[in-house]
Design a protein around this ligand. Sequence first.
Ligand SMILES: [Zn+2]
Length: 78
Amino acid sequence: MKCADLAANLTEFLEGGLDDDAETEALEHLASCDRCEMVLAQTRSVLDLSSRHGRLSLEPAERADLLERILDTRRTTR
Ligand SMILES: [Zn+2]
């Protein structure tokens, strides 16, 4: 699994919506990728906030923003 694949499946992963194979691949990627682990932590806190406001899923714009963040960190060195 690549960073972009994980980003595309991130909310499903957090909501437990992935099938077993995809979930295993996501976990394997997270174990080997610090950037995605960081983004996952950020996404999780966004979802926590959202659920407290009665909204469980990310808006498309938020999802696109997270994807952009993953791809940006991969392109640039900080
Ligand atoms: Zn990654």
